[in-house]
Design a protein around this ligand. Structure first.
Ligand SMILES: Nc1ncnc2c1ncn2[C@@H]1O[C@H](COP(=O)(O)OP(=O)(O)O)[C@@H](O)[C@H]1O
Ligand SMILES: [Mg+2]
Length: 257
């Protein structure tokens, strides 16, 4: 069998009014690829992610993950949203352990130990093992997002959806968290669909950047980023600089129309 994580989004549309929502959108994500969606606020990025996550049903069109329709939330699709809170009454470790229930079921000592060890491994991969016993309220926003990422990865999703996950972080924390995401993704190679309004972030992280038009939004342009990894957002190469200009012009142009 080929690697899991092939996503076909076909002619999906969801309108809340004639001028708001998501216009007809078709996207194809190969297994293990990293795609970003950029576009102006309100263009339907979150609506698309909610549809792909199975939280919202589209008016028309469908989403296939490895050939099977996604019509409801499934453990095969992991989400890290900006507002997607951890359980506040559980430690960082327990938040990750919950995600392991499906893959390591059982209430016995052996299963619990296994979940504990795996949770610590996942927390370690996002540099949070030292804070395993902390509760969300004791952690900074960046740390909470790293735990949320560990939790999402622990469920071994075939597809990871991220909706402006670093939007609330300060610039330095954001850069470090982006680097961490790149390292973790480089090892696991889950298919990722990442929403951001930050073009530099999209160019830093993605194999392909899709640009959306406003109200109701639709993908108007897709760019492959050929810059080799690891990339450095503080020192963009000529490819990143060229694409940045093109993408910003596309967005400006579509807003002006
Ligand atoms: N549940 C909803 N009911 C009505 N309108 C909605 C709903 N969700 C989103 N919208 C509208 O659809 C448009 C796209 O929203 P959204 O997908 O959140 O945009 P983005 O994430 O790109 O900023 C916006 O105009 C928003 O107000
Ligand atoms: Mg949004």
């Amino acid at each position: 069998m080929s690697a899991p994580g092939a996503v076909e989004i076909t002619a999906v549309e969801k309108l809340f009014s004639p001028t708001s929502g998501l216009g007809e959108t078709t996207l194809s994500l190969e297994p293990g690829s990293f795609h970003s969606l950029v576009g102006p606020s309100g263009c339907g990025k979150s609506t698309l992610l909610n549809i792909v996550a199975g939280f919202t049903s589209p008016d028309t069109g469908d989403v296939l993950l490895d050939g099977r329709p996604v019509t409801a939330p499934t453990p095969e699709v992991g989400v890290v949203f900006q507002q997607y809170a951890l359980f506040p009454w559980l430690s960082a470790r327990a938040n990750v352990e919950i995600a392991l229930q499906r893959l390591v079921p059982g209430a016995g000592l052996r299963a619990r130990r296994r979940r504990r060890d795996l949770a610590l491994d996942y927390l370690d991969s996002v540099r949070m093992a030292d804070h395993a016993d902390s509760f969300p309220a004791q952690l900074s926003g960046g740390m909470q997002q790293r735990v949320a990422l560990a939790r999402a990865l622990a469920a071994e999703p075939a597809l990871l959806l991220m909706d402006e996950p670093f939007g609330a972080l300060d610039a330095t924390t954001r850069r470090h968290t982006q680097e961490l995401l790149m390292r973790v993704w480089g090892k696991r190679r889950t298919t990722v669909l990442f929403v951001t309004h930050d073009v530099d972030e999209a160019l830093l992280l993605s194999d392909t950047v899709h640009v959306m038009s406003p109200s109701p939004g639709a993908v108007v342009d897709s760019h492959t980023v050929h810059t080799p990894r690891p990339r450095d957002s503080t020192r963009p190469d000529s490819e990143q600089t060229r694409l940045r200009g093109m993408i910003l012009r596309t967005i400006d142009h579509s807003i002006a129309q």
